[in-house]
Design a protein around this ligand. Structure first.
Ligand SMILES: O=P(O)(O)O[C@H]1O[C@H](CO)[C@@H](O)[C@H]1O
Ligand SMILES: Nc1nc2[nH]cnc2c(=O)[nH]1
Length: 287
């Protein structure tokens, strides 16, 4: 029941029997960043509502389509819309698509999200390469791997000190520098909260002191499940707003601003990801 191997396999087989594309790269589009999926050539798209066992997108800015296609010649699958804890899904359902990715043959996962900037040096529009995370819901026992472990996916106690692939991080820095993105490309720690309420001033100050550079409501759960089943992970946050850290500030976080900033930087984010994809090496290079 808990997104079992059999259930995920049935979904993966359903998809594989309907497309000839055999993706090695899986991409997850964050809030307002679904334009990445539009870049795929020779597209074959499935609405989430048509895919067996798949959850539905309920958030504005998340289209709810799984798109297969070629990005600069490389076979990819792209989630145009992801699932969040605050939508009311059980945590293992939020991360189920990572297991589907694995069973489709994906080796590398690239995740994007919209996040609030906690680091005082960050500006709205900065792109932060995620080098590490703080899993706040995890501290309270809310981990997508809780429950019986199926060894066909991975081990009971996966390490997370190597969650974010160092080589991919270097690659992103190189590609970013080549594109002239140096001024707004950062590297930092992403902290996940459950949402959907945005954080208080005291919460932002606390997270900042604990070493977080950006805050959001996604990605970390997907990263944990992707690493558990042995995929390489790379993740990016677009800093869509500055977290409010000051009692004198009149600013208030809101989803409209998040989507607007997404539009502002979408093209550059897409170029960064697509140029990276052309450079990624895979074990299975036939596809
Ligand atoms: O993380 P993504 O899906 O980009 O979305 C982020 O933006 C939404 C809030 O505006 C939240 O869902 C937060 O997690
Ligand atoms: N939790 C949280 N998620 C976000 N997503 C985009 N901006 C924010 C933010 O400020 N806080």
């Amino acid at each position: 029941l808990r997104c079992s191997f059999e259930e995920c396999s049935a979904t993966a087989e359903w998809l594989l029997s309907r497309t000839e594309i055999r993706p090695l790269v899986g991409i997850v589009c964050g809030s307002g960043l679904g334009g990445l999926a539009e870049m795929l050539k020779d597209q074959m798209a499935f609405k989430y509502s048509d895919i067996p066992n798949f959850p539905q997108s309920t958030v504005h800015g998340h289209a709810g389509r799984l798109v297969f296609g070629k990005l600069k010649g490389k076979a990819c699958v792209c989630m145009q819309g992801r699932f969040h804890l605050y939508e009311g899904y059980p945590i293992h359902k939020v991360t189920m698509p990572m297991r589907i990715f694995k069973l489709l043959g994906v080796e590398t996962v690239i995740l994007t999200n919209a996040a609030g900037g906690l680091n005082q040096d960050y500006k709205v529009g900065d792109i932060m390469i995620i080098k590490d995370h703080i899993n706040m819901p995890g501290f309270a026992g809310n981990n997508p791997l809780a429950g019986p472990n199926d060894e066909r996916f991975g081990v009971r106690f996966p390490s997370m000190s190597d969650a974010y692939d160092r080589e991919l991080l270097q690659l992103a820095q190189g590609v970013g520098a080549e594109l002239g993105f140096g001024d707004f490309l950062r590297e930092g720690v992403y902290c996940v909260l459950g949402g959907p309420s945005f954080e208080t001033i005291a919460e932002c100050r606390m997270m900042n002191r604990l070493g977080a550079d950006a805050v959001g409501m996604s990605t970390v759960h997907e990263v944990i499940v992707a690493r558990h089943c042995g995929m390489r992970v790379f993740a990016l946050s677009l800093i869509t707003n500055q977290a409010v850290m000051d009692y004198d500030s009149q600013e208030k976080a809101n989803h409209e601003e998040v989507l607007e900033t997404g539009q502002l930087r979408a093209k550059q984010l897409e170029r960064l990801v697509s140029n990276m994809v052309t450079h990624i090496e895979h074990n299975n290079n036939d596809a």
